[in-house]
Design a protein around this ligand. Structure first.
Ligand code: ADP
Ligand code: MG
Length: 292
């Protein structure tokens, strides 16, 4: 494309809140064959809410929530924020913790009132030798409803679970349908479990899901698709999306997300609306058509 058509194309895109970092990215966007969408904060609103609290018999709910909230208060994860908010809304005061540890992709651990608390995935429980198998069926049911469910162990014994629900953006389904109409393969990627991921993806009309991908694994998934000969765009909002955004042929950061994601990306979508992706492809095609 000529410098003039690129300038014009970038300008029109900017009016729609699509900010290309350079003309080469506007040109490259029309070649995209596969788009990977991060789940939380990209396909979904990223504002999960605490929906379910389940405790084993003999575990008192308020003191259980006090311990869980006290640990999660130390975490910056959106799931943790949702849990803490829900617990505070119930008027429960939180306690000081010691030795807080975030275990990326798995959960959190800390000492509260001399007790060891673990909150997180099935694998986290297995890793710490906690037998929580009796809870797995209930957990799966919550996940099939699209909720993210986290198991809680107190001093090595399973004590209950908390679940949070996030909703998909009103516009995600339409945007996915538009991408599919352009002949583009759409894949959703997440660290969340497979059941929850599939339930959320189904709501957005996405049938390909990469779930339980560890934070460092997203870029590896991009590379795999590239090795298969695909031109890949990654769309994400989080710190853990940054390596994948940098690896993709086109990295698109959702402007409502973190600065780290925007720095790593080639394009920023100022509107959280994923319709900006097919819009960007349209702009790119039009710019390329103007060369002739
Ligand atoms: P994502 O950001 O896509 O949800 P993560 O890799 O950050 O993926 O987390 C994967 C899983 O690890 C979560 O779905 C959750 O089960 C567990 N997890 C992560 N952080 C926390 C936390 N602060 N408290 C409890 N569980 C957590
Ligand atoms: Mg995200």
């Amino acid at each position: 494309a000529t410098p003039t058509s690129i300038m014009a194309g970038s300008g029109r895109a900017a009016e729609l809140g699509i900010l290309f970092k350079g003309g080469e990215h506007l040109e490259a966007t029309h070649r995209i064959q596969t788009i990977i969408l991060d789940k939380t904060g990209t396909v979904t609103n990223g504002k999960p809410e605490l929906t379910d609290v389940i405790t084993t018999s003999g575990t008192q709910e308020d003191s259980f929530l006090r311990l869980v909230g006290s640990v999660e208060r130390n975490s910056e994860h959106p799931l943790a924020e949702a849990i803490v908010k829900g617990i505070k809304e119930r008027g429960i005061e939180l306690l000081e913790t010691e030795q807080f540890e975030a275990i990326p992709g798995y959960g959190v651990r800390a000492i509260v009132e001399g007790k060891e608390l673990l909150v997180g995935t099935r694998k986290l429980m297995v890793q710490y030798g906690v037998n929580a198998e009796d809870a797995f069926e209930m957990m799966s049911r919550l996940e099939e409803a699209g909720k993210t469910s986290m198991l809680v162990a107190i001093d090595g014994t399973y004590a209950g679970m908390v679940a949070v629900a996030d909703t998909i953006k009103d516009t995600s389904k339409e945007a996915v349908a538009r991408l599919k109409n352009l002949g583009i393969e759409v894949i959703m990627i997440t660290g969340d479990n497979e059941r929850t991921a599939k339930a959320i993806a189904a709501q957005a009309g996405i049938d390909q899901v990469l779930a339980e991908v560890l934070p460092e694994g997203k870029a590896a998934e991009v590379k795999k698709l590239q090795a298969a000969g695909k031109k890949v765009a990654m769309v994400g909002d989080g710190i853990n999306d940054a390596p994948a955004l940098a690896t993709a042929d086109i990295g698109m950061a959702v402007g409502t997300g973190t600065d780290v994601a925007m720095e790593a990306a080639d394009v920023t979508l100022m509107r959280g609306d994923l319709n900006s992706i097919p819009d960007a492809i349209f702009m790119s095609k039009r710019t390329m058509a103007n060369i002739k």
